[in-house]
Design a protein around this ligand. Structure first.
Ligand SMILES: Cc1cc2nc3c(=O)[nH]c(=O)nc-3n(C[C@H](O)[C@H](O)[C@H](O)COP(=O)(O)OP(=O)(O)OC[C@H]3O[C@@H](n4cnc5c(N)ncnc54)[C@H](O)[C@@H]3O)c2cc1C
Length: 393
């Protein structure tokens, strides 16, 4: 495929030079010139207002997806309890479906999980595709992937949303590979393009320094994962929906893995994504003992403790307490950030906090840009004083 310039039409505006992501265009004698490193991506052609750039590439055709209908949410459940992210996704799915004039379906897989159908309907599902099979009693990668693949091929959904939980992070890429579609992980926003009616999937990129919006024009379903706590649940009491039971004839003999024993985590802390009050610490806390003081403040307020990646790397808090781009997204009423600088990757996890209080020695710390109240001072003096005042109140 070749790209060429009509020198008579080129007015030397350099728009194509600036647009080319591969530095494949340069100016020579006031005219654009295509270099060997051109990848024929076509970005320069779209940018040229003079219509001076042409290519012999045939424009890629967008397949006819008129038979692909419905916004699906994978209704993740464990031992008969729905994961909150499923309900959060149903809220967003409702908005997307409305923009597309389509309907929302929840996909409920398991054994003895039919009682959950009523809840997913109340939170936004118009239909519940229910597969109950002993092979699906415990989550296992292969049977769950098989089941989702069969359902996708049977129903041809337009969009599939899944939670970026441990299970979702395992299952979503498998499904996308099986049905040969792309997958945008850890989206923070999902909308429908009003013209093309495709899913616009926004997520942080390049270490959180830019927000990238990704769209998939050429395959279906359009697949995205979203972390727990990012989207809002919307409950509609009395909402009606129907249950579509599906039999997938699964056989234990076809599954290479068996669950022999379930070993539960000994210590179960509160769920950060549901916490109303979070006291979080960063490098400024200094050590693990410093975190014990934060725990006392959290206990006095009836909240949870969390921290930055630095606090996790230092071993002061467990990894499941990390807030931020590569940790959890939280939406508490109150987030108290102690000794946290406010790096963009940390802030990505607290955008949905209602109120942020920041305690930092450095008045120029970026956390103060997003804080509702800022206290410039030493947390080692301030936090014990806060505990004292709370206890005497
Ligand atoms: C791809 C990528 C993903 C990342 N993901 C995450 C993520 O998910 N979560 C995350 O948190 N980070 C993440 N990071 C790391 C992030 O860039 C920052 O390095 C990190 O958030 C900084 O942590 P901190 O605020 O604890 O430390 P620092 O930036 O070192 O800040 C410490 C702050 O404490 C203050 N301080 C010191 N002593 C005191 C005191 N006695 N009293 C009061 N204040 C004091 C200082 O003034 C300073 O502002 C990621 C980075 C990358 C590149």
């Amino acid at each position: 495929m070749t790209v060429w310039i009509d020198a008579d039409l080129c007015n030397g505006c350099k728009r194509c030079v600036k647009t080319c992501p591969y530095e494949g265009v340069e100016m020579r004698d006031g005219k654009a010139h295509i270099l060997e490193r051109c990848t024929s991506c076509g970005a320069c052609i779209e940018s040229c207002k003079q219509k001076a750039i042409s290519s012999d590439a045939k424009p890629r055709e967008i397949p006819d997806f008129s038979d692909r209908k419905g916004v699906w949410v994978y209704a993740e459940q464990r031992e008969g309890t729905l994961h909150p992210v499923a309900l959060e996704l149903l809220g967003k799915a409702g908005e997307l479906a409305e923009a597309l004039n389509q309907e929302v379906s929840a996909v409920l897989l398991g054994d003895g999980v039919a009682h959950l159908a009523e809840t997913v309907i109340r939170y936004g599902a118009d239909h519940v595709i229910l597969v109950e099979d002993p092979c699906l009693e415990q989550y296992r990668t292969v049977p769950y992937t098989d089941a989702m693949e069969m359902l996708i091929r049977r129903f041809n959904p337009n969009i599939l949303l899944m939670g970026a939980t441990h299970i979702g992070r395992d299952l979503a890429p498998r499904i996308s590979r099986r049905v040969a579609v792309g997958l945008t992980a850890d989206c923070t926003e999902l909308t429908i393009d009003p013209h093309e009616k495709i899913l616009l999937q926004t997520r942080p990129a390049f270490g959180g320094n830019v927000m990238a919006t990704i769209a998939n024009r050429y395959s279906r379903p359009q697949m995205a994962t979203v972390r727990p706590g990012v989207m809002e649940q919307k409950e509609t009491p009395g909402k009606k929906g129907d249950i579509i039971p599906e039999n997938l004839s699964m056989s234990e003999q076809d599954i290479p893995t068996k669950v022999l024993e379930i070993v539960r985590e000994a210590k179960k802390r509160g769920d950060l994504s549901k916490a109303k009050i979070i006291v979080a610490g960063g490098r400024g806390v200094g050590d693990a003992d410093g975190f014990k003081v934060l725990e006392n403040l959290a206990a006095a307020l009836g909240g949870e403790t969390a921290g930055t990646r630095v606090a996790v790397e230092e071993g002061w808090i467990p990894a499941d307490r990390q807030v931020g781009q590569t940790g959890q997204s939280v939406r508490p009423e109150l987030y108290i950030a102690c000794g946290i600088s406010g790096a963009i990757q940390h802030r990505a996890g607290i955008v949905n906090a209602r109120y942020i209080v920041a305690i930092n020695k450095d008045e120029r710390a970026p956390i103060f840009q997003v804080a509702d109240w800022g206290i410039v001072g030493d947390l080692h003096d301030l936090v014990p004083e806060m505990i004292r005042q709370l206890e005497s109140a």
